[in-house]
Design a protein around this ligand. Structure first.
Ligand code: NAD
Ligand code: DAU
Length: 354
């Protein structure tokens, strides 16, 4: 079996759901259920004996050690993180605690477990760390996309904390020989994306008749990847990636934010027209820019393509249509997230449990 951390969040939940349809192996899912963790993302797994959910913190060394010793996973995939750049600007502390200290403690627990394994099992274990393209900083127009050898230049407390975690993972391989893999991926979108991030926020605000807040001139560029393609890339790296290596993952899909918002509006105009017949574009409102806002990210994904034969299955056009349709079909998920109902349930369910 494998141990996944952060598997109740956006990418982690998509990964767990996909894994259980693609593989016979069971999953232990360790997640602290912060505001971003939502067990409703995993509701379809109720009764599935191959999925075991544990509420807990990656920084809890004793808990992680007991899970490793009990379940003896062949791999640990670390999705758990504080992930929202704007939140990191307003309050960096949680990012330091989870992304740096938490990853460090997780590495320590895995190292202790791995040290006690037989030679064969030691060689077979993998620690796969899921990271971001934001560690490389911001690109100027016309500059080549980020390759794996690009210098780290993180600009936000979020990206600095992820950069620190990447360095720790690298050091645990270099110093102790821990068999690690690191992936640095571009912006994901798709089902279960928390509506604080650009694409889901635009969809839910549009449908609620609220303004669509575009930071600054909206010309910042991101490289968008459908979340299921990120999951397939991680499965492939786990399967065949070379130990100690870094793999960049991206959609080859650079777009300015304003184009993303226009694309969302056009799809909503088609699939769920406003009662007054006007376009959702009329709700766009340019607002003050994010502090230290990175201008452009772009991923050079040629290494994972040439070495491991991975390519995204979705284009932006197919992926964004699926995404908008998913939000239209799952409005109760959105209202539970917005009302906080999913958190009230978590408190009720977990209060007093060990
Ligand atoms: P998310 O915020 O949606 O989910 C994070 C999950 O981690 C939540 O379920 C949360 O409860 C859990 N968590 C937080 N702190 C924890 C802790 N201390 N212990 C255990 N669980 C904890 O994030 P996401 O967008 O799904 O991102 C997952 C990973 O992928 C992160 O490491 C992020 O840096 C990375 N990443 C995200 C993107 C993206 O576009 N969203 C792109 C590249 C890389
Ligand atoms: O690049 C990978 C990263 O992508 C991940 O590591 C992060 O975890 C993930 O949150 C994401 O970071 P971004 O900052 O790029 O994503 P976000 O959705 O917050 O913003 C995308 C772009 O849209 C960014 O340029 C800021 C802009 N934006 C965002 C919001 C929430 C707006 O213009 N208006 C908004 O309301």
């Amino acid at each position: 079996m494998i141990l996944v951390t952060g598997g109740a969040g956006f990418i982690g939940a998509n990964f767990v759901l996909d894994w259980l349809t693609q593989s016979d192996e069971a999953i232990i899912n360790l997640d602290a259920l912060t505001y971003a963790g939502n067990l409703q993302n995993l509701a379809s797994l109720q009764g599935n004996t191959r999925h075991t959910f544990i509420r807990g913190n990656i920084g809890d060394v004793n808990l992680v050690a007991s899970l490793l010793n009990k379940y003896e996973p062949r791999a640990v995939i670390n999705f758990a993180a504080e992930s929202h750049v704007d939140r990191s600007i307003h309050g960096p502390e949680d990012f330091i605690q989870t992304n740096i200290v938490g990853t460090f403690r997780l590495l320590e627990a895995v190292r202790a477990y791995w040290s006690g394994l037989s030679n064969e099992a030691r060689q077979g274990l993998r620690f796969l760390h899921v990271s971001t393209d934001e560690v490389y900083g911001s690109l100027a127009k016309g500059e080549p996309a980020f390759s794996e050898t690009r210098r780290y230049e993180p600009n936000s407390p979020y990206s600095a904390s992820k950069a620190a975690s990447d360095h720790l993972v690298r050091a645990y391989h270099h110093t102790y020989g821990l068999p690690v893999l690191t992936t640095n991926c571009s912006n994901n979108y798709g089902p279960y994306h928390f509506p604080e991030k650009l694409i889901p926020l635009m969809i839910v605000n549009a449908l609620a008749g609220k303004p669509l807040p575009v930071y600054g001139d909206g010309q910042q560029i991101r490289d968008w990847l459908y979340v299921k393609d990120h999951c397939s890339a991680i499965r492939r790296v786990l399967e065949a990636g070379r130990v100690g290596e870094v793999y960049n993952i991206g959609g080859c899909n650079e777009k300015p934010n304003i184009e993303i918002v226009h694309a969302v509006c056009a799809l909503l105009d088609e699939l769920c027209p406003r009662p007054d017949g006007r376009s959702y574009r009329g709700q766009i409102a340019h607002v003050a820019d994010r502090s230290g806002h990175d201008r452009r990210y772009a991923i050079d994904a040629s290494k994972i393509e040439h070495e491991l034969g991975w390519k995204p299955a979705e284009t932006f056009e197919t992926g964004i249509r699926k995404t908008v349709q998913w939000y239209l079909d799952n409005q109760s998920w959105v209202s539970n997230v917005q009302s906080g109902a999913y958190r009230a349930w978590v408190e009720k369910n977990y209060q007093g449990r060990v």
